[in-house]
Structure formats: C-alpha cells, structure tokens
Write a protein that binds this ligand. Structure first.
Ligand code: FES
Length: 86
C-alpha cells in the first residue's frame, strides 16, 4: 500500500496482450467512482510471470502484489472491491 492506495499493476507485454490484456486497457475508466481515488494503476511491459506460468494463465495483473491470472475486467473489479471493503 502506498499513500493508502492499492496498487493495480497491469501487464501489456506480448503474452498478456494477446491473451486478453488488450481488453483491460479501459479498466481505469471502469473502476467505480467510490474506489477510483483509492487505486493507483500502473502499466508494465512484462511482470515476468508469463515465463513461469505452469499453473496460471495470462493475462496477469497484480493487485497489491497479489497475482491475478486470466485477468478480466470483472475479476479485477471484484478483487478491488474485496481489497477495499474487505
Ligand atoms: S507479458 Fe505479461 S507477464 Fe510477461
């Protein structure tokens, strides 16, 4: 946590992008207003998770260091909600 914000790290590297991260580009605008100022969004070119993805699948996203595999907008928004509301 930085400044009381949770950190959402998106990966737009080749593997993640072709596996669906392209659909996550709008996530920032889809975060509900009550959560928006509590989430910091960062984009990466590779989170180094695709190389060792034996059990998990791209696209990868990290929420406060927690890995979300096969990330979708719905999955990410649910995870944000869970993190903030507990
Ligand atoms: S391209 Fe996303 S983790 Fe490597």
């Amino acid at each position: 946590m930085t400044d009381g914000k949770i950190l959402l790290e998106l990966c737009f590297g080749t593997t993640c992008f072709v596996m669906g991260a392209s659909k996550l580009q709008e996530i920032e605008s889809l975060i509900p207003p009550q959560y928006k100022n509590k989430v910091e969004v960062k984009a990466h070119t590779c989170l180094d998770l695709c190389k060792n993805a034996t059990y998990m699948k791209a696209p990868f996203v990290k929420l406060d260091g927690e890995i979300i595999s096969e990330a979708t907008v719905e999955k990410i928004l649910k995870a944000i909600e869970r993190k903030i509301d507990g």
